[in-house]
Design a binder for this molecule. Structure first.
Ligand SMILES: NC(=O)C1=CN([C@@H]2O[C@H](COP(=O)(O)OP(=O)(O)OC[C@H]3O[C@@H](n4cnc5c(N)ncnc54)[C@H](OP(=O)(O)O)[C@@H]3O)[C@@H](O)[C@H]2O)C=CC1
Ligand SMILES: N[C@@H](CC=O)C(=O)O
Length: 350
């Protein structure tokens, strides 16, 4: 049995809890994954802990009706109001699901949450880009030293396997260049502007669908994509690329006229993130809007869908496309990490 503590309980956290409930039987039968949500700690929605496991339907009802988990019914073992750190360190959770907001400058509080979990010999799965973009090597080492699992598939392209697919199935290739559409919100906005919607209206819609960051400036100015470029460089190309060295330009000054004019010429504007290995072995990264021809493979990638092109020395170019954002899609990324965690545990005990 895996005891889960949710740190952060916004759209993605709630989606994971729902998926675990909906698929409880098949997850147990097909993957041996049996889990209980024992604790939730959120900044504004409060905190609740029951070492025996929380009733998920009641928990979701509380948060949706009252905007708080602290209206959860009292019980002999129910504890309310714990801090995130106490929830990580003092509960009987062995898996910490870190789904607080991504801070694009400091990576906090998520980096601290991961460190405190590893120091307490607890595993972490996260969709928070901060810890991976800023502190991947250090956190990975800490997780290994403490013999715990660290999963972060959802940090690039939500549940689409942008990290695990190349890591596992392209192994043996050298990846020399990675490029693609790495942000769902901006691709959604550009697609809607092509249909005639205003920038503001399209952004509001992206927020309502749960695609945008808590502060959408991070999407539209390209900061979210810049973090993803840094993650791809560090994790897949083993290059110590600092996110601050990735040049960045977003889409906030693009007008409906720019988008429509390109469309009239059979072209499309896309926000493209790139990582390239140079001849001297160094790696450079960039994020900027680019006009692509209608025949380009990225031209047909619309809405919150993302696409990524890996250029491999043995296999040549490989294009992966799929969801780049969304509550359920990102909730799934945590699920696939949990399934891999379960597989590793099974291997260790067999
Ligand atoms: N949505 C998506 O499509 C994707 C999201 N991600 C990443 O996943 C993470 C979660 O996203 P999402 O659920 O959409 O975001 P939300 O903004 O919906 O949820 C984040 C939650 O974290 C809470 N929180 C903030 N700081 C703390 C803290 N110090 N301790 C405890 N809780 C805290 C917030 O509290 P409150 O609001 O109550 O103040 C909020 O409930 C983010 O890091 C995001 O970048 C990654 C890929 C895709
Ligand atoms: N805000 C991000 C969410 C996923 O990382 C996006 O729009 O892509």
């Amino acid at each position: 049995m895996t005891n889960i503590a949710m740190i952060g309980f916004g759209g993605v956290g709630q989606a994971l809890v729902e998926i675990l409930e909906e698929k409880r039987e098949s997850l147990s039968n097909q993957h041996g994954l049996e889990s209980k949500v024992v604790a939730v700690a959120d900044l504004m929605k409060g905190a609740v802990y029951d070492k025996n496991g929380l009733d998920v339907q009641t928990l979701l009802e509380c948060v949706r009706k009252d905007g708080s988990v602290e209206t959860y019914p009292d019980g002999p073992d129910v504890v309310k109001g714990m801090s995130s750190i106490d929830t990580i360190e003092q509960t009987n959770a062995d898996m910490i699901v870190e789904v607080t907001f991504t801070d694009v400058k400091t990576g906090e509080p998520a980096i601290t949450h991961c460190k405190r979990a590893f120091a307490s010999r607890k595993s972490v799965v996260t969709t928070n880009k901060g810890p991976i973009a800023l502190a991947y090597k250090e956190l990975d080492e800490m997780a290994r030293e403490n013999g715990v699992f660290f999963g972060f598939e959802g940090t690039v392209m939500s549940g689409t396997p942008a990290l695990r697919m190349p890591e596992e199935t392209l192994a043996g290739n050298e990846i020399t260049r990675i490029s693609g559409i790495l942000n769902g919100t901006t691709n959604y906005i550009l697609t809607e502007m092509e249909k005639g919607k205003s920038y503001k209206e399209a952004l509001e819609q992206a927020q309502s669908y749960g695609y945008a960051e808590a502060d959408p400036t991070n999407d539209v100015e390209g900061y979210d994509a810049r973090y993803k470029v840094a993650i791809l460089a560090n994790y897949l190309m083993d290059a110590p690329l600092d996110y601050r060295d990735v040049t960045v330009k977003g889409i906030s000054d693009m007008t409906i006229e720019d988008v429509q004019e390109a469309l009239g010429n059979g072209q499309k504007w896309k926000l493209i993130g790139k990582v390239e290995r140079q001849e001297d072995g160094s790696v450079i990264g960039s994020v900027k809007p680019e006009k692509v021809e209608g025949t380009h493979p990225l031209a047909g990638v619309t809405g919150a869908t993302n696409a990524i092109l890996y250029e491999c020395d043995l296999l040549g170019p490989v294009l992966l496309t799929g969801a780049g954002a969304g509550r359920k899609e990102t909730g799934f990324s945590l699920l696939i990490d949990l399934i891999h965690y379960q597989k590793e545990r099974k291997l260790q005990t067999s």
